[in-house]
Design a protein around this ligand. Structure first.
Ligand SMILES: [Cu+2]
Length: 486
């Protein structure tokens, strides 16, 4: 199966895998739940493709709004019983593949972290069953939703916690449209850090602003997973080393496919333990149109290229991409696009390694200094690493290795998105990609490459990666270098 097929089948398979057979039959009838809960029959999805993206677009909600697209994720199947939308969340422990080289045991809902997106319509009555398969009690808090106090899900304050093995019921009406979240509110430090979080989308009954063509949900999260460990460390307070969108680190993050000129909405949420994330989009300007506190009045919307998504908040952005291309979408904290990068290392940049290398080569012929010319390309070198780790890993791009991993994905803007391959890259027109300048051009423009002010390079040797043998073991190197946390 190629990557495209995998992406297309993946979400559908995931969603299907979460349902019992009866639920599956029911969901086929009700998944296009755009209709008023009480009276109007729920329309059947009209998607002709197996693509979850196409299915999302085909699932229309009031005012012609499309259903949400959840990269690497799915929406929660809901059935309508006597006008009430009924769902079932099962919180439990399971392995999550963060990236091809890293899998760890997390706590999440219905086999995913974040849990499935709960997609509703303003005015819906929701009845949600919560089954606790954790080894300790739990609750579910409906973050941002205005509801009766007793349904707020705060252990001790508004309810007793749900003991392990029990199934409890929440029920309330979604009085306001918006982008909200859900998460455990018992032993928050552990359960949130291990992934017991998810998002809620409530579509408005009446149009609020211009209709969008695409509506994405992206949830940021951060994890501390020691290289080689099988479980995130919930005691971590800083140095989070695995950063994710919808539970995946790049290159496992699915791209956001949009058409040039389409109106796009991205609903960003953050229930990571500690850090706020400035999420940056390339190649366009956007407006922040809503938060988990409601819609931002048009007169108060500012154009932005980066939006800070604090812990415990959602930010909704909208834009019309003016240019086709492969545009980066990432957290702008540089350590949040690194994976399991060791911190507290000596600063090697600018160091002259010749003496060190000469001495070290006597006792360790394969010795290689790293970091003195910068750290670019280390992920690409595929040096030997502990099993189940992804230190400094990014992924291959069309032109070369992309040094960023973690909280990074790609907005793929295409002239014709209906036929575009999510695994494909943008083919830039000739002459629109930078290349080495030729001498004639330099002369014509009066550029002197040897102009005064250019200093000799402080470090005479270029990175030695092409000519040196691969490293034996990271821990056998004598010099400080980038290495995974121990
Ligand atoms: Cu960040």
């Amino acid at each position: 199966m190629d990557r495209r097929s995998f992406l297309q089948v993946g979400s559908a398979a995931t969603a299907a895998g979460l349902m019992t057979r009866a639920e599956r039959v029911d969901a086929q009838t009700h998944e296009g739940h755009g209709a008023p809960a009480a009276a109007t029959p729920t329309p059947t999805p009209t998607a002709t493709s197996t693509s979850p993206r196409a299915a999302a677009i085909a699932r229309r909600f009031p005012a012609g709004q499309p259903g949400v697209t959840v990269p690497n994720g799915a929406t929660l199947p809901l059935r309508v019983v006597d006008g009430v939308k009924v769902g079932h969340l099962v919180v439990e422990s399971f392995p999550n593949e963060f990236s091809p080289e890293l899998t760890a045991e997390v706590w999440g809902y219905n086999g995913t972290t974040p849990g499935p997106v709960i997609e509703l319509v303003e005015g819906d009555r929701l009845r949600m069953y919560v089954t606790n398969r954790l080894p300790e009690p739990t609750t579910v808090h409906w973050h941002g939703i205005v509801l009766p106090n007793g349904m707020d899900g705060v252990s001790g304050l508004t309810q007793r916690p749900i003991p392990p093995g029990e199934t409890w019921m929440y029920e309330f009406t979604l009085r306001h449209p918006g982008t909200f979240m859900y998460h455990s509110h018992f032993d928050e430090m552990t359960q949130i850090a291990l992934g017991a979080v998810g998002m809620i989308v409530v579509h408005p009954r009446q149009a609020r602003g211009p209709r969008v063509d695409r509506d994405f949900v992206l949830m940021a999260h951060e994890w501390k997973i020691e290289a080689g460990a099988r479980r995130p460390d919930p005691n971590a307070m800083n140095d989070f080393n695995v950063l994710t969108f919808n539970g995946k680190a790049f290159p496992s993050t699915a791209p956001l496919m949009v058409g040039k000129g389409e109106r796009v909405r991205i609903r960003l949420g953050n229930l990571g333990p500690m850090d706020h994330h400035p999420i940056h989009l390339h190649g366009l300007w956007f407006h922040v149109t809503a938060t988990d506190g409601g819609y931002v009045p048009v007169s108060a919307q500012r154009p932005e290229t980066t939006v800070l998504v604090p812990v415990g908040a959602t930010r909704v952005i909208e834009f019309v991409p003016p240019e086709s291309g492969d545009w980066a979408v990432h957290c702008h904290m540089t350590h949040h696009v690194m994976m399991q990068m060791a911190h507290g290392l000596p600063n090697m940049v600018g160091m002259n390694p010749r003496t060190l290398e000469r001495r070290m080569s006597r006792v360790m012929p394969e010795f290689m200094t790293m970091g003195h010319t910068g750290m670019g390309g280390m992920g690409e070198m595929r040096m030997e690493i502990p099993p189940n780790s992804a230190p400094m890993r990014g992924g291959m791009g069309q032109h070369s290795y992309i040094d960023m991993g973690g909280m990074f994905t790609v907005l793929k803007v295409r002239d014709d998105v209906s036929t575009a391959d999510p695994a494909g890259w943008y083919q830039a027109p000739a002459g629109t990609v930078p290349a080495a300048a030729d001498e004639a051009r330099l002369r014509a423009d009066g550029i002197d490459r040897c102009a005064p002010g250019r200093r000799e390079m402080a470090v005479p040797s270029a990175p030695t990666r092409p000519s040196r043998p691969p490293l034996a073991r990271p821990e056998r190197q004598g010099a400080p270098r980038a290495r995974p946390h121990r």
